[in-house]
Design a protein around this ligand. Structure first.
Ligand code: FAD
Length: 280
């Protein structure tokens, strides 16, 4: 492993000062993705700036807009009873991340900023239409999460910005939703995953939001599939059509975890399974 400077600032102001002094530095949160990349020599940062000692980055506020600090660990997310009752799909996905040891240090912000197509919290947050709050010394901007991911390991964060909070409207808690994930073994990154949220009025689906993971360069909203269900009574023919549209919307690859063919297969099965589960 290469040598690097390590700083543990106690305030955002200190972070901006360090970033100005070391423009090529990397931010580190839990380090569960970053340290693996350093160990595997995929990246060789000369300086790391830790975000872990900034208390305001770990705060969760449950007002009309729910605000989740980016440094909230996956364990703290799971143990937050109010969040669990508002957005069970987020907790469902969080519980499937790694092992207890990983969840104790891994953060929700790191899961998003690592920009892996298989990031487990990305899918529920996409269907909850979450927004990312990006901050640097000049101020903050709000980016819809579906515009945050630009490609594998690539987000719209600029060199100086950090993800400070994730915002979700409380109104998204009124909908039924579910998350399905397939790994090779119980503790594994997703071979493929799906999140589905339905807004129902009696038997009519007013709105569907669907996202798929590990089947494109970014965690993906399947807008064309969603349109099919809008203001409709969902039938089994429609679900078959949705599976077809989904397969045309994704571009899975073959890698060490799975083949593109198997990934396609799972997405089709998961869409059907998730919708049937939500329709009861
Ligand atoms: C054994 C193991 C199992 C795993 N299992 C899963 C799994 O099942 N599902 C899953 O989704 N992931 C899994 N992961 C991946 C990883 O644990 C998660 O992605 C985790 O949430 C990353 O968070 P972190 O705080 O450790 O990020 P870090 O490693 O600290 O950072 C990741 C990246 O994000 C950047 N970053 C972090 N926070 C911020 C911020 N606030 N602002 C700007 N940039 C930031 C860092 O610079 C870095 O590039 C696993 C990892 C391991 C080692």
């Amino acid at each position: 492993m290469n040598k690097f400077n390590y700083f543990n600032p106690k305030s955002l102001k200190e972070i901006w000062e360090l970033k100005e002094k070391y423009p090529d530095s990397w931010y580190i949160a839990g380090g569960t993705d970053l340290m693996v990349k350093i160990k595997n020599r995929e990246i060789k940062p000369s300086t790391l700036i830790s975000l872990r000692s900034i208390p305001e980055l770990s705060v969760i506020k449950t007002e009309d807009v729910i605000s989740i600090g980016s440094l909230t660990t996956i364990t703290d997310l799971i143990n937050h009873t109010k969040l669990a009752s508002l957005f069970p799909i987020l907790i469902q996905a969080a519980k499937m991340i790694g092992s207890p040891q990983i969840r104790n240090v891994a953060t929700i912000g790191g899961n998003l900023c690592n920009c892996s197509p298989c990031a487990d919290t990305a899918l529920p947050l996409l269907v909850l239409e979450a927004r990312a709050i990006l901050t640097n010394s000049k101020g903050s901007r709000e980016v819809p999460l579906n515009e945050f991911f630009l490609g594998p390991a690539k987000s719209c964060l600029n060199q100086t910005e950090i993800l400070t909070q994730i915002h979700i409207d409380k109104s998204s808690s009124n909908f039924q939703s579910t998350f399905l994930k397939k790994g090779r073994v119980r503790m594994d990154l997703a071979i493929a995953s799906v999140a589905v949220l339905l807004e129902m009025k009696e038997k009519t689906c007013l709105q569907a939001r669907i996202a798929a993971g590990s089947v494109a360069p970014v965690p993906l909203r399947l807008y064309q599939v969603e349109e099919l269900f809008q203001n409709s009574i969902i039938t089994s023919e429609m679900i078959k059509e949705a599976q077809k549209i989904a397969l045309n919307s994704i571009s899975p690859i073959t890698d060490v975890r799975s083949t593109d063919v198997y990934r396609r297969e799972i997405i089709g099965v998961f869409i059907k399974q998730a919708i049937q589960e939500l329709l009861g």
